[in-house]
Write a protein that binds this ligand. Structure first.
Ligand code: UDP
Ligand code: MG
Length: 341
């Protein structure tokens, strides 16, 4: 006959303590930035919760209320009162999507941190795929959209153009058609917490820190309800932040243009002065004068370009990014992951 035995493991107090803490330790943190999303929050919570429950490990939902002016705050506080896994950060005012994500990362305690929009444009079900890729050893799993539904042609085009333009300008490998919907490992999150620059373009920073990155593809749904919180003005600000944080090429542009104009004007001037030798006519004064004017201006442009180089260096220092980031250090003691901070 089968005997069922109950085992009472003999444990020291200390072991039991760490054990219970181990059980409580959050494995997954889901960071959800929220700005005036009262129509969707309950559904978002239900869908994200359903997905996270299937993973069968402790998780937390970190809602960052980015100064919502509608009923979002009350809904979040109700959710948080009803469930231990819901944590809410209420901002004192609207600080912007990128700041909200950063705050969520600061407070998230899981081994894997997932960032997802509140409006259900990012399907929570994709988190399962991301977690799978994470378990296979990837440190960053970003969601790449193949199709965008329910967004205006204007938004799709400007977004597509923007990602390609940014790629052209920067040396950082920022994937195209990828929003902030992604999973990052604890070690990546720790590095992100150390990056204190103010004008943040989070997805660029995540690319910049390196580690093993991979993509999962998905179809971006239409908004579940409400309307976009990214009007043209904010889109422009985000793209300016992205370009100025990840490229110095605009600063060098003046120099290139100046150098080119300078060369052309010198050639033009020489041509103008030599013209009489071949044609027997007098020097074309207007042409020569034009060449001189262009030459003087090109010197100014070069000067601006040189200034730009110094500004770029100041900018680099001011951002205060670490000089390098270690993934691991075999043979050395585990002390600090960041180098040169
Ligand atoms: N969001 C935010 N602060 C803002 C603007 C937006 O926290 O100032 C949140 C918003 O609630 C949503 C996410 O960021 O969860 C993405 O915003 P939205 O859906 O409006 O952008 P879109 O998908 O249209 O690019
Ligand atoms: Mg959206």
């Amino acid at each position: 006959p089968a005997r069922s035995t109950v085992q009472y493991p003999v444990q020291s107090n200390c072991e039991r303590l760490t054990d219970s803490r181990e059980n409580e330790r959050v494995r997954y943190s889901v960071v959800i930035p929220v700005y005036n999303e009262q129509e969707v929050l309950d559904t978002t919570y239900d869908r994200v919760k359903a997905v996270m429950d299937t993973l069968g490990e402790p998780y937390e939902l970190v809602f960052v209320n980015d100064g919502s002016k509608d009923g979002s705050r009350e809904i979040l506080e109700r959710l948080s009162a009803a469930s231990q896994s819901v944590k809410v950060l209420n901002f004192s005012r609207n600080f912007g999507h990128q700041v909200a994500i950063s705050a969520g990362m600061d407070y998230a305690s899981g081994d894997a941190v997932i960032v997802i929009d509140a409006d259900l444009q990012d399907p929570p079900e994709l988190i399962l795929k991301m977690v799978e890729a994470w378990r296979q050893g990837n440190d960053v799993v970003y969601a790449k959209r193949t199709v965008r539904q329910g967004e205006t042609l204007f938004k799709r085009w400007t977004a597509a153009l923007f990602y390609r333009f940014l790629r052209l300008l920067t040396d950082v490998d920022i994937p195209v058609d990828t929003g902030d919907f992604r999973l990052i490992d604890r070690k990546v999150c720790d590095v992100m917490k150390g990056l204190k620059e103010k004008s943040r373009f989070v997805r660029g920073l995540v690319s910049w820190v390196g580690f093993r990155q991979t993509a999962v593809e998905y179809v971006r749904d239409r908004r579940f309800a409400g309307e976009t919180k990214y009007p043209l003005k904010r889109m422009l600000r985000l793209s300016t932040d992205a370009i100025t944080s990840f490229s110095e090429k605009p600063l060098k542009m003046a120099m290139y243009v100046g150098a080119m104009l300078s060369l052309t004007s010198i050639v033009a001037l020489v041509c103008a002065l030599c013209e009489p030798l071949f044609t027997g006519r007098g020097v074309s004064g207007l042409f020569a004068l034009g060449a001189v004017v262009v030459f003087v201006n090109s010197i100014l442009l070069i000067a601006v370009g040189i200034l730009g180089q110094y500004v770029a260096r100041i900018h680099d220092e001011a951002r205060g990014r670490p000089l390098y980031i270690l993934d691991s250090q075999p043979g050395l003691e585990e002390e600090s992951r960041h180098g040169g901070v």
